[in-house]
Design a protein around this ligand. Structure first.
Ligand code: GLN
Length: 194
């Protein structure tokens, strides 16, 4: 199965490695025509304003918006921000998911943290998943088909799904645990709608 990783800025290499370990045929996407033939696309962590501006410069904003009407897209951290409809300030967004985001919700770089949490929808569901947050966002609202998927113990939402669109505040690509990437590959294979 062919999966693309948006390779404009951020930790796209780590996503590529995780997908390849699962046997996916991975290509780096920097131009709209490279979306052709892909079943899914990952938008990595990085800096969402920078990635958004580069998407505009490379003609990828509209192309990925079209791609996301029918195909699977997973955004991690900055990627989740880019999938959202609203971040409370003006910056280029794909506006594909019915979610509202608060950027840098946990504070500054020094407030980055890691936590182990049960994630029942992964296969296998044990052990707990090691979640890494690096100036991550939270999902303050999910509506109109977007469902909260995972929350911190204090209730703040850190993952949401809408059809084959997935947004996570954290970085599975920075762990050796491939269960989230496997979850995404299964989504990309499914025939469900967005
Ligand atoms: N703080 C970044 C942003 O708002 C996201 C950080 C990340 O992707 N690790 O774009």
């Amino acid at each position: 199965m062919k999966i693309g990783v948006l390779a404009l800025q951020g930790d796209f290499r780590e996503h590529r490695i995780s997908l390849e370990k699962l046997g996916a045929d991975v290509s780096e996407v920097r131009h709209p025509e490279q979306l052709e033939g892909l079943r899914g696309l990952i938008i990595p962590g990085g800096e969402s304003t920078t990635i958004g501006k580069l998407m505009v410069a490379y003609g990828l904003l509209d192309a990925i918006r079209d791609f996301g009407q029918t195909k699977a897209i997973w955004g991690t951290c900055a990627g989740a921000i880019l999938l959202s409809k609203d971040v409370g300030k003006r910056q280029p967004l794909l506006e594909l998911m019915n979610i509202t985001i608060q950027r840098n919700a946990f504070g500054r770089q020094i407030d980055s943290f890691e936590i182990d949490l049960p994630v029942p929808f992964l296969t296998p569901s044990e052990p707990d998943y090691h979640l890494t947050f690096i100036r991550g966002p939270i999902i303050t609202e999910a509506y109109g088909g977007a469902q909260p998927l995972l929350s911190l113990p204090d209730g703040r939402v850190i993952a949401a799904q809408q059809g084959k669109l997935l947004a996570t505040s954290f970085h599975p690509e920075l762990t050796d645990d491939l269960r989230f990437h496997r979850y995404f590959l299964e989504m990309a294979l499914s025939e469900s709608e967005n």
